[in-house]
Design a protein around this ligand. Sequence first.
Ligand code: GTP
Ligand code: MG
Length: 226
Amino acid sequence: MNADPLDAARRLFAGPIAFERGVASLDDLPADDLPEVALAGRSNVGKSSLLNALAGRRGLARVSDTPGRTQELNLFLVGRPASFRLVDMPGYGFAQAPRELVRRWTRLVRDYLVGRPTLRRVFLLIDARHGLKDLDREVMDRLEQAAVSFQLVLTKADKVARVEPVRQAVAAEARTRTAAHPQVLATSSLKGWGLPELRAAVRSAALGLDFPAPLPHDPDFPPQRS
Ligand SMILES: Nc1nc2c(ncn2[C@@H]2O[C@H](COP(=O)(O)OP(=O)(O)OP(=O)(O)O)[C@@H](O)[C@H]2O)c(=O)[nH]1
Ligand SMILES: [Mg+2]
């Protein structure tokens, strides 16, 4: 047994990770036979770059300077045999695309996020330069209403002089949300910052290894002092 979660996650992500398929409609999703973890966030926030950085492989997921690169739910199988799926999602908030296309992506993202029974956690990426925006808050509202657990992750930390104040502000907001994981990670795909911790968070979310968070209505929480 391996006691070090960072090391276990490093080994997992150094192993086989394979593109399974891209789907433009929920009907095309594979059977919900494996746990899933999704990377979501505004267009151009760095979802596909982060997936590549986690896997230590360029070109696994397609990256672009132009927002709107990822247009389908792209599913990746982690491990062989696969132990879970990583899902690279189209971004939201991209106004330049044709209206009908935006509507289709938005529907796809929304339906997947709130309707996939095997979705264990959504990693909601936030650009460290901008912090939380109202669109992100709307997505957080939706996830919360659907009781889908999510964790906020800062991207492009290399682009700001000091990431810690941003991380603190985002973490403070996460604490006001029952569905949000309290840990907010700061990452840079470019510099490799925060990747070991994020790999461990993804692994433990996918495999259900986290200490179960107490539900707000749990009569035994907080523990009663006798
Ligand atoms: N400096 C810096 N640039 C980054 C980082 N991560 C991503 N980028 C850049 O940000 C741009 C968008 O990256 P993507 O990974 O394609 O973003 P995305 O969220 O997948 O975008 P969509 O699929 O269009 O929603 C690219 O030009 C990347 O090179 C980072 O950690 N640091
Ligand atoms: Mg992308």
